[in-house]
Design a protein around this ligand. Structure first.
Ligand SMILES: NC(=O)c1ccc[n+]([C@@H]2O[C@H](COP(=O)([O-])OP(=O)(O)OC[C@H]3O[C@@H](n4cnc5c(N)ncnc54)[C@H](O)[C@@H]3O)[C@@H](O)[C@H]2O)c1
Length: 399
């Protein structure tokens, strides 16, 4: 089976790709634009000199050729120039192959004869690219998104472009692709909005309250509409808050761990009593595998960790593990529209056989220790991502 995985360089996407490669004999095509959140190192052990592909248009290739002839520079010089414009430093340490878009599918087929992963650097908004890749695939698993609520409050533009329009582009391609068996759309528990005492069921109305969850809700319903209207074989997955290795260091667990290690103040929104349900990233991968196999087309499935904790619990446990003082905690102004609680009922997917086999405490400690052991991974991101530094400074400036 061939899977097209969008957003495969991100946190959940890369964990899913690794889990799938380790536990099945499938071949995988990743499509990822390598935004700030896309980290090639997440899949480093599966990337080689031949399977990282950058599609270029005929125009780009002509320009490269012309510049080489005119100035006598080497291909590598021009390649660097193209890279720096397009993907800043992301590709620097790798050896991508620049492929004319017309020849892309042939190249992917050749790559997949020898290895099980082909990584295509590209944007889901590009419907030509989506169509081409879907024609090679049996299943789509669509993770690609702008995923950070704080950033969406700061500026929602990229969220609408990627989460809404990008999903629409993929669905349009899926509509035209007759051989596709399933389109697994990764939504989120946040689409329901703030929970009170009763957990949300899949049939409850969506009531998103921040730009991120609103764009995800739009995508979720667009996917459903493409099933109802055009028969696209959509299955919608709504997981709760994920945690685990390789999460971009802007999210709660990595951010607190890194700040604790560096003895920096740890910003906690308001009183820190907001509650989240925590789901281990590998369990999300298992849930998706189950839905690839047994998920009913046209249905949505909640996936909960059944580990509801207050944010303060998370912060204090990290301080315990890292041996740091609670004095580092700094309560800051709460974020606007902050949902106090997310809570979902996942009876439906449990009925298909979904279960976890490790405790929250075990997995939580394992995760924090992963960040302690893999300093190189996050130090490199913090060193190189200027945009991240700028965002964090502006976001916490007046809090
Ligand atoms: N992290 C969570 O707790 C959580 C919980 C529930 C659902 N989700 C959903 O799961 C998915 C993955 O979340 P994550 O935390 O791994 O996100 P992430 O931000 O870590 O990764 C997103 C990935 O998508 C890629 N991407 C972004 N825009 C793109 C575009 N236009 N074209 C192609 N690639 C693009 C990025 O380069 C990155 O690799 C998202 O759809 C998110 O809404 C996340």
């Amino acid at each position: 089976m061939i899977l097209l995985v969008t957003g495969g360089a991100g946190f959940i996407g890369s964990n899913f790709v690794k889990h799938r490669l380790e536990n099945t004999s499938d071949k995988i095509i990743v499509l990822d634009a390598l935004t700030y959140a896309g980290v090639l190192d997440n899949l480093k052990s599966y990337l080689n000199d031949s399977n990282l592909l950058v599609p270029t248009s005929q125009y780009d290739l002509k320009k490269i050729e012309k510049t080489i002839n005119q100035y006598g520079v080497t291909y590598n010089d021009v390649k660097d120039e193209v890279e720096s414009k397009r993907l800043s430093s992301k590709l620097r340490e790798f050896s991508p192959k620049y492929i004319n878009i017309e020849d892309l599918n042939e190249k992917i087929e050749e790559v997949l004869e020898n290895t099980r992963l082909a990584f295509v650097v590209g944007n889901i908004i590009d419907s030509t690219l989506d169509e081409k890749l879907m024609n090679l695939s049996d299943i789509v698993v669509h993770f690609a998104a702008e995923s950070h609520v704080d950033r969406s409050i700061f500026n929602a533009d990229a969220f609408v472009k990627t989460d809404v329009y990008g999903t629409y582009s993929l669905l349009e391609a899926a509509k035209k692709c007759e051989k596709l068996n399933k389109f697994i759309h990764i939504s989120t528990d946040e689409v329901y909005g703030q929970a009170k005492e009763k957990p949300f069921k899949e049939t409850d109305p969506l009531n998103p309250r921040n730009p991120y969850s609103a764009s995800k809700a739009a995508a979720d319903r667009m996917a459903y509409a493409y099933y109802q209207t055009y028969g696209v074989p959509v299955v919608i997955v709504r997981p709760s808050n994920n945690f685990g290795p390789n999460q971009y260091p802007e999210k709660l667990i990595p951010v607190v761990t890194i700040k604790a290690l560096n003895n920096e103040p740890i910003p906690v929104y308001g009183d820190g009593k907001q509650r989240r349900d925590w789901l281990y990233v590998e369990d999300t991968a298992k849930a998706i595998n189950l839905l690839i196999e047994k998920g009913e087309i046209g249905q949505a499935y909640n996936v909960a960790g059944r580990n509801e904790r207050e944010n303060m619990f998370v912060v204090e446990r990290i301080l315990e593990i890292t041996g740091k003082s609670k004095d580092l905690i700094k309560h800051v102004k709460d974020r606007p529209g902050h949902d106090l609680r997310y809570l979902i009922d996942d009876t439906k997917i449990r009925g298909l056989g979904f279960k976890q086999d490790r405790t929250f405490e075990e997995l939580f400690d394992h995760t924090v220790k992963w960040y302690l052991k893999n300093k190189n991974w996050w130090e490199k991101i913090l060193r190189e991502d200027e945009e991240y530094k700028e965002f964090m400074e502006k976001w916490y400036e007046n809090r």
